[in-house]
Design a protein around this ligand. Structure first.
Ligand code: SF4
Length: 352
């Protein structure tokens, strides 16, 4: 069995707290080294999956805006939110983006593109992911998250479980030197890391959408209006000939309120990012317990600092993304992308 692991970009800025390190310390390279020592054949950073998610999402949102269909589009990378929509607002499911989450997208290309490149039988592949979240365990088990009988992701660990696993393997992470993640998913943009925080999906999406519509980079990639911990944020921007409205919420209560407004005729929004956890995945249910607001702020600060300094800030400039579309996927929202990276939803009965 060929066993690989992918870890969420949020895990690398929270895991250190489980080992008594200061909040917000980025463990990215140390995690690569530590997890290799525990015996995984390959270690991947889900930030690559996040770049893939943003690339597909930008193509989907652009198509829907141009076609005037099912707008506003709701984000689909939070499985707790997706399940809530299926249970409580099934009539709004056509508005939910069809993109799988970064965890599932990376799982899908590991079991297809990666196994093909390295001549591995997909039947002998076992994919583990380390996530900030217990809802990701549920997501990995959805029947829509398989392709030709192979699961995108076989097992999911939370940040706390990953810390336990590292300890059980006798790894002293403080003695590890940084190493890079494995090929062919070893490069990421800082857009991919932004998905850890509330507002990050929207910020990364606007960068890619701007490039798709105008062919140019957004002059100022940082969107300050989206960088705060408020429960509700809005941002309006003109891209090409389109005047676009974006909303960011980090509670299902606020999202429900917005759905009522849309049903009552509100039509100035084109994309709505929903995260079930206050602050986003950085504050997910699988993260270290007992963290205070200072720890939360430190985690968020680290993500923004990484973005400010990163040499690649746009998902479409990630050379590994360019390569996978050139050699394997074709184009965003193309036939192969839809087959592997997109999904469907259905009404879910509510157990009362
Ligand atoms: Fe999981 Fe919370 Fe992130 Fe949603 S916002 S994916 S529930 S950690």
């Amino acid at each position: 069995i060929h066993v690989v692991l992918q870890y969420s970009p949020t895990v690398s800025v929270t895991l250190g707290e489980e080992f008594g390190l200061k909040a917000g310390k980025d463990m990215n390279g140390i995690l690569n080294a530590s997890l290799r020592r525990t015996g995984f054949d390959k270690v991947f950073d889900t930030s690559f999956g996040a770049d893939l998610y943003i690339t597909e999402l930008a193509a989907e949102v652009e198509n829907r805006i141009r076609g005037g269909q099912q707008v506003p589009v709701f984000s689909s990378d939070c499985p707790a939110w997706v399940k809530y929509m299926e249970q409580w607002h099934p009539d709004m499911l056509p508005h939910l983006s069809a993109c799988k989450s970064p965890q599932q997208m990376l799982g899908a290309v590991i079991s297809s593109y990666y196994t093909g490149l390295f001549h591995i039988n997909p039947d002998n592949l076992y994919t583990v992911s380390a996530m900030p979240c217990t809802a990701k365990k549920f997501e990995a088990q959805r029947e829509q998250m398989t392709h030709k009988g192979i699961s995108d992701v076989d097992a999911v660990l939370t940040t706390r479980e990953l810390a336990q696993f590292i300890r059980l393997n006798g790894i002293d992470i403080q003695q590890m030197d940084s190493e890079l993640a494995d090929n062919p998913f070893h490069v990421r943009s800082s857009s991919g890391r932004l998905l850890s925080v509330s507002g990050g999906v929207t910020e990364a999406l606007i960068r890619s959408l701007h490039h798709r519509i105008t062919g140019k980079d957004l002059n100022q990639p940082k969107i300050a209006e989206l960088r705060n911990t408020r429960e509700y944020k809005e941002y309006k921007i003109k891209i090409g000939d389109f005047k676009l409205g974006f909303a960011v919420v980090n509670s299902v209560r606020q999202a429900s309120k917005l759905i009522s407004e849309i049903k009552a005729g509100r039509n100035d929004l084109h994309f709505i990012e929903v995260m079930a956890c206050p602050g986003g995945c950085i504050n997910g249910g699988g993260q270290p317990i007992g963290s205070d607001s200072a720890a939360l702020k430190a985690r968020i600060r680290t993500i923004y600092e990484i973005d400010e300094k990163d040499p690649i800030r746009f998902a479409y400039k990630n050379p590994a993304i360019v390569e996978i579309y050139r050699d394997f996927l074709g184009e965003p929202m193309g036939q192969k992308s839809i087959e592997l990276l997109h999904t469907t939803y259905k009404k879910r009965e509510v157990p009362l």
